[in-house]
Design a protein around this ligand. Structure first.
Ligand SMILES: Nc1ncnc2c1ncn2[C@@H]1O[C@H](COP(=O)(O)OP(=O)(O)O)[C@@H](O)[C@H]1O
Ligand SMILES: [Mg+2]
Length: 387
């Protein structure tokens, strides 16, 4: 009986959302783009939502100056025919946040009031800086649009994985009803700050704040919270939908790492988090591994034959030196491969029961165009180990 293999093609075909997680610099964006390309070549309508594509990759995909517009990528250059489509979009946090306000606002008046509010502008800057939060917001809209069969989400290289997984709840927490109530309680359409209707602790606090920040600012703040109160339900609904989406059987969290200790540490951490949160684990990809393509464990004979052939033109001494050097290079590469495999063992063990385990070799040169993505794809979609 042969060992059961994991069918990567079947997995990609049945998946609707892939969330790529892992440390920075390991090849998350590359993998996300590759999965997108593979999905499109398999006939699906795919959106790759990326955060920080390497400039050359972005350029060759036609993603230059596009902000957060959905852009279709021309696959013709590959010379492969497909009914599928590949779309990509770069996350632009600021316009995402404004767009979000626009969508959840009940009407144009309240929308404009919020967008022009000083407190909102300040808060938008703060939240816009948190790409992980904006990624989940954009994700919601993309799924909601129903335009895509498969969405591949490239996540920002967050130091703390929790940030990303918990990001949908963060705005809700910030907007917690109790906080809102605290701000809204002393505020009444007919009451102004410092007015006689303000009483109790909040009133004292408000008066102090007004003293520190000035009354204009506080009025802005109060208006802001008042307007936001009406949006609260919208945020909760979106949050619930994203949380549900993350747990959907059609969703796969794919952990990506390189065969380095630090990125494997991050991968182990993600695996533990995904397990703890009972989120669907798609599998683990170890990218940029060094491989000895051949099966030969001892290359002496082959290299010997090679040098004998070459030695028709070389002196025996040179041929012997060449043989020794090639032998040494082969042993080093094998040793490196073994060291990497030993490192990866820990993440494999920790990923047990969580989908596939796939390795992608380190290719010569960078991966920055459709052809090289396609090349990565050929290594990615072959049968994998079962975790
Ligand atoms: N398998 C690979 N072989 C060779 N180069 C790779 C491979 N995977 C990624 N790269 C290169 O490594 C760099 C980092 O990849 P990227 O996908 O941007 O990482 P991340 O998104 O995790 O920060 C890029 O220059 C990319 O071209
Ligand atoms: Mg990246």
């Amino acid at each position: 009986m042969g060992v059961t293999r994991f069918n990567m093609e079947a997995w990609l075909d049945r998946t609707n959302l892939v969330v790529c997680v892992g440390a920075g610099g390991v090849g998350k964006t590359t993998t996300a783009a590759t999965l997108g390309l593979c999905g499109a070549l398999r006939g699906r309508r795919v959106m790759v939502l990326t955060i920080d594509p390497a400039r050359r990759l972005a350029n060759s995909l036609g993603l230059k100056n596009i902000g957060n517009e959905q852009t279709q990528i021309d696959l013709e250059a590959l010379g492969l025919s497909t009914d599928g489509e590949l779309w990509a979009m770069m996350l632009d946090s600021r316009s995402t946040f404004d767009g979000l306000i626009t969508r959840v606002s009940p009407d144009e008046v309240s929308r404009d009031r919020i967008l022009n509010n000083h407190v909102y502008r300040h808060m938008a800057d703060t939240f816009a800086g948190s790409q992980d939060y904006m990624a989940t917001e954009t994700l919601y809209d993309l799924v909601d649009s129903g335009s895509y069969d498969l969405i591949v989400l490239d996540t920002p290289p967050v130091k703390n994985a929790l940030d990303f997984l918990e990001s949908p709840g963060r705005l809700i927490n910030f907007m917690d009803e109790r906080v809102l109530r605290w701000f809204l309680h002393p505020y009444d359409a007919n009451a102004v700050f410092g007015g006689k209707l303000m009483m109790g602790t909040s009133a004292v606090v408000f008066r102090l704040l007004a003293y520190v920040f000035g009354r204009d600012f506080l009025e802005d703040l109060a208006t802001f919270f008042q307007d936001f109160q009406g949006l609260y339900e919208g945020f909760v609904a979106r949050n619930d939908a994203v949380v549900k989406l993350f747990r959907d059987p059609g969703t796969s969290f794919v952990t990506i790492c390189a065969p380095t200790e630090s990125s494997l540490d991050v991968a182990v951490f993600f695996q533990e988090e995904l397990k703890r949160r009972e989120l669907p684990r798609g599998g683990i990809i170890v990218n940029q591994v060094h491989t000895c393509e051949g099966e030969q464990h001892d290359a002496k004979e082959i290299l010997g034959a090679l040098t004998r052939t070459l030695s028709e033109d070389l002196s025996p001494n040179t041929a012997a030196t060449l043989l020794a050097r090639l032998g040494m290079a082969h042993r080093r590469l094998r040793a490196l491969g073994q060291a990497e495999a030993a490192l990866a063992r820990r993440v494999r063990a920790c990923g047990a029961g969580g989908g596939f385990y796939q390795e992608i070799p380190r290719l010569d040169g960078n991966v920055h165009d459709l052809e090289s993505l396609h090349e990565v794809g050929r290594r990615l979609l072959v049968p994998a180990d079962v975790l």
